[in-house]
Write a protein that binds this ligand. Structure first.
Ligand SMILES: *[C@@H]1O[C@H](CO)[C@@H](O)[C@H](O)[C@H]1NC(C)=O
Ligand SMILES: *[C@@H]1O[C@H](CO)[C@@H](O)[C@H](O)[C@H]1NC(C)=O
Ligand SMILES: *[C@@H]1O[C@H](CO)[C@@H](O)[C@H](O)[C@H]1NC(C)=O
Ligand SMILES: *[C@@H]1O[C@H](CO)[C@@H](O)[C@H](O)[C@H]1NC(C)=O
Length: 327
């Protein structure tokens, strides 16, 4: 059991490295697609999406003089290193969704927030009236004031939160910081020095990466302001292994017709990651950057982390009436 768990964890970690860390990434050539796709091969996604948009929004364009910027009707609030960027990229395939390119950091940054909704709206993409504007800033999830602020802007807004195995998320979080520091020539701490409190030999709850993974604490704050039905929880691990089913659930949550299909998302077995046809680049892969090895982590520390998170996970499952494959 233990061994299996660890194996799953390391597989999850490798996948995490693939998607979370480095997907910024290789725009690779779209190779062959499965044979029943052949007739579609001559159409690029860009042109497919244009056609869809024209078909669906032509009346609105005529009637309302085209697009304008709108406040988001849906916000992806986090969590960090759980695949928020990947989800946004996948959702970008949907013709009814317009997403902000950058993390706006409106609700988690006082100086941005004090600039007001007009400033926020200015950072949104142009959209047609029936399209849904989406923004993502993963720090909202852990920001004390974010739930109240978002509620004040639109109390019926839809929220999406992605969660992964909390231990995997800590490692992924550490690894990203690790490589950022290396790139800047800074000194790096060892994983166990951050995760383990030397005095007690227990998990260091002062380590931010650990705090973020205690999802229960954060969601408790969100559910003080929002109804459970307003928050859609995406399984970030499943988003990696089976993206389509998670994306289809998001489409459903947003009340949108299902438009993202196997034709848009393609798993390249050789590379071990997903490629998509996106409107902007036509072919794009969530890829692995070479040379980034994950640090070795002692199995005993992994066990400790898993044990630490287990009771919080249980409370989370009860809080949101949804379970995950973490324990
Ligand atoms: C998958 O990616 C590899 C490496 O880029 C490439 O050689 C191969 O042709 C791709 N396979 C398919 C089926 O697209
Ligand atoms: C808040 O945003 C401004 C830019 O608008 C940036 O200069 C500042 O560093 C941010 N503050 C924090 C705490 O991230
Ligand atoms: C608030 O969010 C809901 C759900 O996305 C949306 O239907 C509604 O139009 C939004 N209200 C405003 C004023 O943007
Ligand atoms: C919990 O979820 C199950 C299925 O996902 C559903 O049947 C049940 O009604 C939910 N319970 C509550 C209290 O929402």
């Amino acid at each position: 059991m233990k061994y299996k768990g660890q194996q799953a964890l390391s597989i999850a970690f490798v996948l995490c490295m693939t998607v979370c860390l480095t997907y910024y990434s290789n725009v690779a050539v779209w190779n062959s697609v499965s044979s029943n796709d052949l007739e579609k091969e001559t159409l690029t996604v860009g042109s497919v999406r244009k056609l869809l948009e024209e078909e669906e929004f032509v009346t609105e364009r005529v009637g309302s003089n085209g697009q304008q910027k709108r406040l988001p009707q849906c916000v992806i609030i986090g969590a960090r290193k759980c695949g928020t960027r990947a989800l946004l990229e996948f959702l970008g395939l949907h013709p009814w969704i317009q997403s902000a390119d950058q993390e706006v950091h409106f609700f988690d940054n006082n100086s941005n927030y004090n600039r007001g909704y007009e400033w926020y709206k200015e950072h949104m993409p142009y959209s047609y009236p029936r399209q849904i504007t989406v923004e993502k800033s993963p720090r909202y999830f852990i920001t004390e004031k974010a739930p109240e602020r978002i509620h004040q802007m639109n109390s019926s807004i839809k929220l999406i939160v992605l969660l992964r195995n909390p231990t995997t998320r800590v490692i992924s979080d550490y690894t990203q910081v690790y490589y950022n520091k290396i790139a800047k020539g800074k000194e790096v701490d060892k994983f166990e020095d951050l995760v383990i409190d030397k005095k007690t030999n227990q998990i260091n709850t002062g380590y931010r990466a650990v705090q973020i993974s205690i999802y229960y604490n954060h969601l408790l704050r969100w559910l003080k302001f929002f109804k459970r039905e307003q928050i859609h929880v995406v399984d970030g691990d499943k988003l990696i292994t089976d993206p389509l089913s998670e994306i289809n659930k998001v489409e459903q949550f947003l009340g949108l017709p299902s438009k993202v299909t196997q034709n848009n998302i393609y798993f390249n077995v050789t590379r071990g990651f997903y490629c998509m046809r996106t409107p902007k680049t036509d072919q794009k892969c969530l890829g692995l950057t070479k040379g980034r090895k994950h640090p070795h982590i002692e199995p005993s520390i992994l066990r400790k982390l898993n044990e630490f998170f287990r009771p919080y996970n249980k409370k989370l499952y009860a809080l949101i009436n949804q379970t995950f494959d973490w324990d």
